[in-house]
Design a protein around this ligand. Sequence first.
Ligand code: GRF
Length: 219
Amino acid sequence: MTSVARAGAPGRRLGVLISGRGSNLQSIIDAVAEGRLDAEIAVVMSNRPAAFGLERARAAGIPTAVLEHRAWPSRDAYDEALAQALQAQRVDYVCLAGFMRLIGPALLNAFPDRILNIHPSLLPAFPGVDAQAQAVAHGVRVSGATVHLVDAGLDSGPIVAQRAVPVSPTDTADTLSARILDAEHRLYPEALATILAGGWRIEGRRLILPPTAARPDVV
Ligand code: GRF
């Protein structure tokens, strides 16, 4: 699909950062291929050479790059290298898709309000690792998935879209993870489309969508 940059607005070239299996990456690849998401995946980058998501990208003909964080002396230096590599590919928006690294100022400042993440809970509940196990242990009746803009905090940036997923009394972390993952795969491409459609603004910690925007938050 051809990417057309609109005057005065960022274009639609995505850089996707992964660390592992890459099923959310696959959902974005599929959405682009099926015409549900008007965007171009410019590059997929991983901090782990063995990430299965790299194979998914190669199978789809998407350029890949591996930047192993251990090869850089500090987090700042690593983030600077990521920012430069993404800018070299003329990336407009960065999508974190199971990228197991905190994002520091060097990368945040290179893509202000243009880094998105998906998290397997209804934030601000259960940030950080093992969100699904946290939800089961807490005994919540409803959990879900959140797509948010990334800021300097942990899973704390403005919320773009959420989708609720029921928690059953017999759920384990694994069964709940599978159900939430299914919701994630539908939510991430839809939330990305909402962001790429533009017209939104940030007030305080709220992301305000235009009244006409598609709302992916179907509960
Ligand atoms: C997903 O559950 C996502 O919400 C979280 O990490 C997991 C990545 O899975 N941030 P995958 O690599 O996209 O399959």
